[in-house]
Design a protein. Structure first.
Length: 316
């Protein structure tokens, strides 16, 4: 299968057939002991709505990026229908994930998929993850006249050092600084010797790094994609799998990013994209427009209050 065709095939099988049943066994045991009032699950977690229905409580589905194509979720729903029935429940459309409330972390200008099948939607401002890692050292401010470009392939799709090396080779000859994070457990020495304008680390919190960046090059994972565009940063997106193709398409469509498909990634294509990103201010203008949309979305604390208000009446 072409990489862009794999997510539609893998999503229902991985998260429906393989993961839902063992997760449901554990989740039912915990929820029956704890007796929660509301259960929140992410879009790829199909045990949560079943456990919630078994307890007679509402379930809230938390997006991790773009709303997924309806057929992708419907296919997973078919594969978990027997789990609903095995607990004396009627199988629900879309595996029950849209029955009560969907928390949408995607800003409006990026969201183009029809959402009429979702019963109730609550916007939720995406916030960048702030973990502990290497701090931003003197290299971060050593040469402020040269823009800083952040390169990351996340924590799952970071195993292809050849791909990361291709990106670094494309960028390091430009009049910029480059910071590369390889992810947990990865040795910064894996990329070999690099010129002075390239800094390689295992992990640096994006909340600490992104305020200093001029652009981001990544796999288009939702966390990095949304964190960068929330900062108004133009991006080069190299999707590999999962929902990354949706993010790459959304970023390119709104004018804030350049998307390069897996079979098109070369030193030359990445370098050309970087030059375009810096030469044309329209990319940053578009990213800043989306950033303003994100800033206007309700903050997490306000959404918690809304969830409590909606479901304060007890058993559903």
């Amino acid at each position: 299968m072409a990489p862009a065709d794999r997510p539609a095939f893998m999503f229902p099988r991985l998260f429906g057939s393989i993961r839902a049943a063992p997760m449901l066994d554990d989740l039912l045991r915990v929820t029956r002991q704890w007796q929660p009032s509301v259960l929140i699950n992410d879009q790829a977690e199909f045990a949560g709505p079943i456990a919630a229905a078994a307890l007679g409580i509402p379930s809230v589905t938390h997006s991790f990026g773009s709303v997924l194509p309806p057929q992708r979720v419907a296919d997973a729903s078919e594969l978990v229908a027997s789990l609903w029935q095995s607990h004396g429940l009627e199988a629900r459309p879309f595996a029950g994930t849209y029955d009560h409330l969907y928390l949408d972390t995607y800003p409006p200008s990026l969201q183009t998929t029809d959402m009429s099948h979702i019963s109730a939607t609550q916007p939720l401002r995406p916030t960048a993850f702030a973990g502990s890692g290497e701090g931003a050292g003197e290299w971060l401010i050593a040469d402020p006249d040269r823009p800083l470009v952040y390169v990351t392939f996340g924590t799952v799709f970071n195993r292809d050092t050849t791909l990361i090396a291709t990106v670094v080779e494309a960028l390091r000859e430009l009049p910029i600084r480059v910071v590369v994070t390889l992810g947990p457990g990865r040795d910064p020495e894996a990329l070999g010797d690099q010129p002075a304008n390239v800094h390689v680390a295992t992990y640096i919190a994006q909340t600490e790094l992104l305020p200093h960046c001029a652009a981001v090059v990544s796999h288009a994972g939702s966390g990095t994609f949304l964190a960068a565009i929330a900062r108004g940063l133009p991006q080069i997106l190299l999707p590999q799998a999962a929902d990354q193709f949706l993010n790459a398409a959304a970023g390119a469509r709104c004018g804030a990013a350049i998307a390069i498909q897996p079979h098109e990634v070369t030193v030359e294509s990445v370098r050309d994209a970087a030059r375009k990103l810096f030469d044309d201010p329209a990319f940053r203008d578009a990213a800043e427009g989306v950033s303003e949309e994100i800033e206007a979305m309700p903050a997490p604390a306000a959404v918690v209050d809304e969830i409590e208000r909606r479901f304060a009446h007890g058993p559903y």
